[in-house]
Design a protein around this ligand. Structure first.
Ligand SMILES: O=C(O)CCC(=O)C(=O)O
Ligand SMILES: [Fe+2]
Length: 357
């Protein structure tokens, strides 16, 4: 598959932001130094590389599932489109969501597979999927989702302890008995057209992730972050065998902003890499839909202190449940629902001011 096998190396002359490399195995051994480095990464930028996560085989199967799914005829994929009502699960064709306030179209297509549907297989909770997804459910998708849930849940346990929350607090927001927006996503972005002076077409517009923790695997460059205090987007260089993890809005809100949900976007890969299809894969752990999104200040003096010092403490009392937050953001990205720049504003998360409920 192009972009997964042979492709030119990531160039060394584009602005790149270094991330801390965290060793998952050391975290499992409760290595204090590694835990402190994870904490630093999660609180300063909210992004880090994760090595020794043990999911390589599951990741590779998921990319095959993505290639088989994207190769289906468009009209077949459209039978499973996510729609305009705020549901994320399903297929999203390229060009159906906005990448900025002007309503510029995205260029990425993806398949979102809900964790609840995967764990309910051969039944389902939210929806059904294309035949290529069903065919790989048992051998590829279930193992990938279980592995990703385990990795994310172990990281969340570290944050729970560091935040001074009673044991099991964050875990209770992510149990499997309440439907949630947790999902696996495989993304395909086409090569950049070879026209000179063409405006860069953004694959996925600037956003913060909606849920708690994202476990991302990519091969070609294209992911960019806007680190705190920067005005220029910086590439995150893919490192083979290393996942990229990042904090999303829910953990930022639960922690009163101590954990950082940072803005990022996806643009065409740099230089020669832009001639290749770009594939990426994410697992998003998100809270159960009915949980209120609010700072857990009553459960942790550290969080109470952070909220009391926050420039916009109202950010951490959203008045929304995790499910509302999630569907509001998805729904208002869809171009079908667009009335003007206010629709883009209504799709925004924690890093955007003013915060729209
Ligand atoms: O494709 C990537 O590298 C990142 C994708 C992403 O940010 C997302 O799907 O939320
Ligand atoms: Fe993202």
């Amino acid at each position: 598959m192009p972009g997964l096998t042979a492709f030119p190396p990531f160039p060394n002359d584009v602005p790149t932001h270094p991330l801390l490399i965290i060793d998952y195995q050391l975290l499992l051994q409760n290595d204090e130094e590694e835990i402190n480095r994870l904490w630093q990464a999660a609180t300063e930028l909210g992004f880090w590389y994760l090595k020794n996560h043990g999911a390589d085989e599951e990741v590779s199967g998921m990319f095959d599932m993505g290639a088989e799914t994207m190769a289906l005829p468009l009209d077949e994929k459209m039978k499973f489109e996510q729609g305009d009502d705020g549901m994320s699960a399903g297929y999203k064709a390229a060009g159906l969501v906005a990448t900025d306030a002007t309503g510029a179209k995205d260029t990425a297509e993806f398949i979102n597979i809900s964790k609840d549907d995967v764990l309910a297989w051969p039944g389902f909770v939210h929806r059904t999927y294309p035949s290529t997804v069903n065919a790989r459910m048992e051998n590829t998708i279930v193992p990938f989702v279980k592995k990703s849930l385990e990795v994310n849940s172990n990281l969340i346990k570290v944050f729970n302890k560091k935040l001074g929350l009673p044991e099991g607090t964050l875990e209770k927001f992510h149990t499997h008995d309440i439907p949630s927006g947790s999902e696996a996503r495989c993304i395909k972005n086409p090569p950049k057209p070879e026209q000179p002076n063409q405006d860069i077409k953004v694959a996925i517009g600037a956003h913060t992730d909606f849920g708690s923790l994202s476990f991302l695997h990519n091969r070609l460059g294209g992911l960019q972050v806007l680190p705190p205090g920067y005005t220029e987007w910086q590439y995150v260089k893919p490192i083979p065998g290393h996942a990229i993890c990042n904090i999303g809005d829910s953990l930022a809100i639960f922690s009163g902003g101590i954990l950082r949900s940072n803005l990022h976007r996806v643009v065409p890969p740099p230089r020669e890499q832009s001639k290749y299809e770009r594939w990426s894969l994410v697992f998003f752990t998100r809270p159960g839909n009915t949980h209120p999104l609010r700072a857990l200040a009553d459960l942790s003096p550290m969080i109470a202190d952070a909220v009391s010092k926050a420039p916009n403490p109202e950010t951490y009392n959203t008045g929304a449940t995790a499910g509302d937050w999630f569907s509001r953001r998805i729904k208002n990205q869809r171009l079908k629902n667009r009335t003007g720049p206010e629709t883009w504003a209504a799709s925004r998360g924690t890093e955007h001011a003013p915060l729209v409920k």
